[in-house]
Write a protein that binds this ligand. Structure first.
Ligand code: PRX
Length: 674
């Protein structure tokens, strides 16, 4: 039976069950769901926005607090015209997120429950950790870190692949009040160095190497180069704690700096398996995660403890309709926000059993994901549209040869999911019976903002549907005027929610100007968005100079600055272009030094420089030689025109007469296939 929309506070008009674009949850699913109808959602949502303090306090009471928070429960100012931007939740409360993930669940009888099923790169290589065992491992590392002088408020950089040691390291930092900053193990030495120089960690934690699919990646060598570079800039790291990932590389052949490098296995197991908790204020920092913005320098997004804890746990529970018997697998890497909130914290706070996968989803073949789903009886599977599209191309047979009958909820994140990929995911992977939670959110938001609650209302392929409890999205026009009903414009949020980021590390000014100045009174997301007649939200992509490649956020300015560091490149302009699998691809226009001929060799060396400066995931898909770039008379590059050339939409070039030299456009078109 379709949930009726009558009396809904959100949906203006009833959703017609005959509407072919609506995909209804089954009656059985709705009946057992945490939120079983749109009315129930409406009631809860109504309270969450009318009485945020009461709503979130009730939920927060379910966690362990050494000391209860004070009053007011939250304080916020999102209006730049009223002074400094400020967000606080549960201030004065003393808690610890590691305690809430582990000790609290153990005390309630879940010590022997599996916390992590770890699946290695090679099929058959696996391991498990119960909640008790995970706590013991976390405590040993926490004790070691304390012993070498890491304390409350100190930063720790973690550069690890998806080994169990990655969540262990995050939790160990949280236990002692240290601030972790995980750097995705696909970033280059230079990117790590940049982050080291920004947050000045006490220690760097890494491993010697990792196997991803058929490739070995020598992570320690990359860290060595980063530490050399940061030392040249005056930041010396005393300890580089290195885990021996034996299946990828033996200890004996790992390059080593005596005195600085320490093998994890030599020290950590010697420490006690219990470790006292550092009780921190709800507003004490939990982690820093660097993300791309429209200017070159990555931004250190800072999240604090209490609100983040309450919100990630709650969103996890409702958006995936999580129940204690579920087996959950999120394919994201802990190097990104998805891995923070929905591999480590959200699931463990709920006492969930989590699959952590080291390898590549298409290795040894395109059926690996479904092999893992069957092996562990995964019931909630959360991934990115780019993976869905790439597996879809391999054909249904890789999917249908596995049972997948354990699956009950699917999830998508990172970019808008195109309706054809949505339908394949739903019909082929989920056999038409598993709702898809298309979760829209950001590094900055900490947790889901717009997401289906499976079981509560019908989905529409390609729409993230409706706001989560406490979230008040608004769509504004270019003047910042709030639009009503069916509309299209810029997505903003009014009022704070508990897991909102509190600042950009060391640069509150940039925080205010980037996110709160464009549309005073609101948090500006950087995304374009439509709202349809039923109140559903449809994200249309970034409206700033950020592109989204395979769900990874990349600033065009970062790629441009990497390209111009090449000795033969004088100017570069990067735009996003539609890509069948990655969502968006990176398309780079480059102007070379006078007299330097464009060649295949040069193209490769330009790509190499981006891989070295940022990481392989940011390598341009296309280099377009541009003897000149379309600029206005004041010298501003007209990216609008470049986007049209890149997407071959030549009849949409628009007015080019205002360019300083309109002939460059024809020249660029002629060189498109060079
Ligand atoms: O453009 C939106 C897109 O990803 C951006 C946030 O990127 P990042 O901070 O790296 O976090 C990614 C994982 C949360 C957003 O501004 N995005 C994320 N999820 C969706 C999405 N776009 C559409 N639909 C989504 N479900």
């Amino acid at each position: 039976m379709a949930p009726s929309t009558k009396n809904s506070v959100i949906l203006g008009e009833a959703l017609a069950s005959e509407d072919v674009n609506l995909v209804f949850p089954t009656e059985d699913f709705s009946r057992q769901a945490h939120v079983s109808s749109i009315q129930k959602y409406g009631e809860k949502y109504g309270r969450s926005v009318e009485d945020p303090a009461g709503f979130w306090s009730d939920i927060a009471s379910g966690f362990y607090w050494k000391q209860k928070w004070g009053q007011p429960v939250y304080a916020d100012n999102l209006d730049i015209r009223k002074g400094k931007i400020n967000i606080e939740w549960f201030k004065g409360g003393k808690t610890n997120i590691c305690y809430n993930c582990l000790d609290r669940n153990i005390k309630s009888g879940n010590g022997d429950k599996i916390a992590i099923y770890w699946e290695g790169n090679e099929p058959g290589h696996d391991a498990t950790l119960t909640y008790n065992q995970l706590l013991a491992r976390v405590c040993q590392l926490a004790n070691y870190l304390k012993d070498i002088g890491v304390g409350k408020g100190d930063a720790v950089i973690i550069y690890l692949p998806m080994l169990m040691e990655l969540p262990i390291a995050m939790l160990a930092c949280a236990r002692i009040g240290a601030i972790h900053s995980v750097v995705f193990a696909g970033f280059s030495a230079e990117s790590i160095a940049q982050r080291i120089m920004d947050c000045k960690p006490k220690v760097v934690i890494t491993c010697n190497a990792v196997r991803r699919g058929p490739k070995t990646i020598f992570l320690k060598d990359i860290v060595d180069a980063a530490l050399t570079e940061s030392a040249q800039n005056g930041i010396n790291i005393d300890v580089c704690l290195t885990f021996e990932n034996e299946s990828a590389l033996k200890k004996e052949v790992t390059k080593w700096v005596e005195g600085r490098d320490i093998w994890w296995q030599d020290v950590v197991p010697k420490y006690p398996v219990t470790c006292e908790v550092e009780w921190v204020d709800a507003e004490d920092p939990l982690f820093l995660l660097y993300t791309s913005g429209s200017t070159g320098k990555p931004k250190g997004v800072l999240h604090t403890t209490g609100g983040y804890m309450v919100y990630t746990a709650t969103t996890f529970k409702y958006a995936f309709d999580y129940k204690s018997k579920d087996i959950y697998w999120c394919t994201a890497d802990c190097g990104w926000i998805t891995g923070h909130s929905y591999v480590t914290y959200g699931p463990l706070l709920n006492g969930a059993t989590n699959v952590v996968f080291e390898g590549a989803p298409n290795y040894p073949d395109a059926g690996r994901c479904w092999d893992i789903v069957d092996k562990y009886k995964v019931s909630i599977f959360y991934t990115a549209p780019t993976l869905v599209r790439s597996l879809m191309r391999e054909g249904d047979e890789y999917v249908t040869r596995y049972s997948r009958k354990s699956l009950r909820v699917l999830g998508s994140v990172g970019e808008p999911i195109n309706p054809s990929a949505w339908r394949w995911f739903f019909n082929v992977v989920g056999d038409g019976r598993c709702p898809i939670s298309d979760t829209w959110w950001q590094t900055e938001t900490g947790g889901f903002m717009i997401t289906p609650l499976p079981g509560a209302w019908p989905q529409k392929p390609g729409s993230a549907t409706l706001p989560f409890f406490g979230v008040q999205p608004v769509i504004v026009d270019e003047k910042g005027v709030e639009l009503e009903g069916e509309c299209s414009g810029y997505l903003c949020v009014k009022s704070s929610w508990p897991s909102a980021f509190r600042t950009l590390y060391g640069d509150h000014e940039r925080y205010q100007t980037t996110y709160f100045s464009a549309f005073p009174g609101y948090y500006f997301t950087g995304d374009g968005c439509n709202r349809d007649k039923d109140g559903y939200y449809w994200l249309t992509g970034r409206v700033d100079d950020v592109i989204n490649v395979s769900g990874h956020r990349i600033g065009t300015a970062e790629v441009e600055s990497a390209l111009v560091s090449h000795p033969q490149c004088v100017e570069a302009a990067v735009v996003g272009v539609e890509h069948e699998v990655k969502g968006q691809g990176i398309y780079a226009f480059v102007t070379l030094t006078e007299g330097v001929p464009y060649s295949e060799e040069l193209r490769k060396s330009l790509i190499k420089v981006v891989r070295e400066k940022i990481g392989a995931f940011a390598a341009p898909d296309k280099i377009h030689w541009a003897p000149g770039l379309p600029k206005t008379r004041s010298g501003k590059i007209m990216r609008r025109i470049l986007r049209k050339i890149a997407s071959k939409s030549l009849d949409e070039l628009g007015d080019t007469s205002t360019l300083a030299d309109p002939s460059v456009v024809d020249q660029l078109i002629a060189l498109a296939d060079c």
